[in-house]
Design a protein around this ligand. Structure first.
Ligand code: GLN
Length: 231
């Protein structure tokens, strides 16, 4: 390591199932918008990254306890999280949607009364759903990753799930048997997170790199690799 002191290696935690932002491709290699953006930024700013696919909640916990340097996992910038973490400039727009099985008649929150809703642990979409729970009288079940949450709905164990719009759009486009029935709510943005007050150096590099790849077209090229412009 000291021999390459100029090129620091940062440990970056990410999710395991969050396409198009991070997912394993058919060669079991981690790819996606977040992974490609991080690699492009690291290259531009002369640092190295070790990407660890450990799951969303685990990555956030690892960051909080200082086991990793940053989280790049389609992580929404929220006021609650800003109390614990520092975020980069926003790099992608999001919002929460409710999805149900393709053949379901459920179209709104009122129809959830007494039903079971699947959520993903530690996510902003789960917090949003929890905030609606008392008013609409549904029950919740929590999963560690998106695939298991979706499966609970496709198999009919849960009536609905809550997920980020770009992620749900992509999953459906690539064959998931769910449909989106609500308009995106509480729009926000994804940001790269580091420990609060501990890693300005990395954030500064990330923001500088992000600006450069937006300017030189690399950002758009990466996003368009995974999403067409209409998505
Ligand atoms: N975008 C969601 C959040 O910020 C979930 C991220 C994820 O599951 N990887 O909570």
């Amino acid at each position: 390591m000291p021999a390459h002191a100029a090129e620091k290696t940062y440990q970056i935690g990410t999710d395991v199932t969050y396409p198009p932002f991070e997912f394993a491709n058919s060669n079991n290699k981690y790819v996606g918008i977040d992974i490609d953006l991080m690699n492009a930024i690291a290259k531009t700013e002369n640092f190295k990254v070790n990407i660890k696919a450990i799951g969303f909640n685990a990555a956030v916990q690892a960051l909080q306890s200082g086991q990793i340097d940053g989280v790049m996992a389609g992580m929404a910038i929220t006021p609650e999280r800003q109390e614990k973490f520092d975020f980069s400039d926003p790099y992608y727009k999001t919002g929460f949607v409710m999805a149900v099985a393709k053949n379901s008649h459920i179209r709104n929150f009122k129809q959830l009364r007494g039903k079971r809703v699947a959520l993903k642990t530690g996510t902003a979409a789960a917090a949003y759903a929890e905030s609606l729970k008392a008013k609409y009288g549904f029950r919740t079940v929590i999963f560690d990753d998106s695939d298991n949450m979706y499966n609970d709905v496709t198999t009919g164990n849960s009536i609905a799930c809550f997920e980020d719009n770009p992620v749900m759009q992509y999953a459906i486009k690539t064959g998931l048997k769910l449909k989106i029935v609500t308009k995106p709510a509480q729009g926000g943005h994804y940001g790269f997170a580091v420990m609060k007050g501990q890693n300005q150096e990395l954030l500064t590099k990330f923001n500088a790199g992000l600006r450069k790849i937006k300017k030189n077209g690399q950002y758009n090229k990466i996003v368009n690799t995974y999403l067409d412009n209409s998505a």
